[in-house]
Design a protein around this ligand. Sequence first.
Ligand code: FAD
Length: 308
Amino acid sequence: MTTDDCIIIGGGPAGLTAAIYLARYHLRVRLFDSGSSRAAMIPRTRNHAGYPDGIAGKDLLALMLEQAEKYGVERQAVRVERLRHDDEGFALATEDGDYRARSVLLATGVVNHRPRHLLPEVHDPALERGLLRYCPVCDGYEVTDKKVGVIGTGDHGVREALFLRSFTRDVTLIAPEAEHALDPACAAKLDEAGIARVNGPCGNYAIEQNGQGEQLAFDTARGRMAFDSVYPALGSRIRSHLAVEAGARATDEGCLEVDDHQRTSIPGLFAAGDVVKGLDQISHAMGEAGVAATTIRNMLGDQRPLWR
Ligand SMILES: Cc1cc2nc3c(=O)[nH]c(=O)nc-3n(C[C@H](O)[C@H](O)[C@H](O)COP(=O)(O)OP(=O)(O)OC[C@H]3O[C@@H](n4cnc5c(N)ncnc54)[C@H](O)[C@@H]3O)c2cc1C
C-alpha cells in the first residue's frame, strides 16, 4: 500500500482549497468527498469576495475542483469510515478500501438541523427561492426590511433573532415544538428589540402567494403565519466523529479544537472549515485551509527534505 503525503477528507471550500495548495507544493495528495457540501446548498452567495454579482455555491465548488484537478488532484467520491493514528502516521478505512497517509486534513463540515415536518419537496424549492435561509451572516442583507421568521428558542434562537433585527424591524421568533423556553434576560432582550414571540409547534409548511409574491407559510400556536424569509435556528451536527474517535479534542458541541496553525491535539491531524470552532463562512474555511496546508507542508519537510 502506498502512503500519501496527505489525505484530505471533505471536498467543500476548505478541502478543495487545501488540495490546491498541497498539490502546488508538489505533495502526493488524495481527496475523499462524500458529496454533501453545505456550499452546494447556496443558491447564490453574495458576500463571497471576488464575485460582484454573486455565484451559485455549486458553481464555486466546480471552479475550485477544476483548479485542483489542474494540479493533479482527483476527487474520489468516497466516504471515509474510520481514521486511526499510529507510529507511522494514519490508517483510513473507506467504502472502497484502506489507505495510509503521513498527515490528514479533516474538512468534513457540519449539517444544519432542519425544522421537523418541513418536507424536502417544500424545503428545497423554498431554499432555492430565498424563502428559507440558514445563515444570517451570509444573507441577512437580502432580507433587509422584509418580514422574517426565526424558528428557534433559547439562547441560540434569541441570538439569531437579535442578529437579524439589524436588517429588519419585522422579526418573529417562533418556538419549533411547543412553548418558548426563555429566561427573563432573553425575554427582556426580545422585548427591547421589539421581536414578537410565538409558540409552536410548527408544521404544515407550504410556499404560498400573497399580493406581493411568495412566502413560506406554516401553522403555529397562533394559527397560520407566513414570512418573506424563514431562518431555522436549530443548531447543527458537527461532522467531527472520525477525529473524535481517533482521540482528537473537541468542544462539548463537537467542534474540533485546533491551534493557530490548524493542528488538532493529534500530531499530524489537521482540521479546517465549519468542523472547527469559529465563523462558518467560505472565506474562513478557505483561510484556515491555506494555513493548514502550509503547516502540513512544513511539517513534512521537517520530517524529510522535500527537495526535487
Ligand atoms: C443555505 C446556506 C447558505 C450559505 N451561504 C453562504 C454564503 O453566502 N457565504 C458564505 O461564506 N457561506 C455561506 N454558507 C456557509 C458555507 O456553505 C460553509 O461555511 C462552507 O461550505 C464550509 O466549508 P467546509 O469545506 O468546511 O464544509 P462543507 O462545504 O460542508 O464540505 C464538507 C464536505 O465533507 C464531506 N464529508 C463529510 N464527511 C465525510 C466523510 N466521512 N468522508 C468523505 N467526505 C466527507 C461532505 O460530503 C462535504 O462535501 C451557507 C450555508 C448554507 C447551508
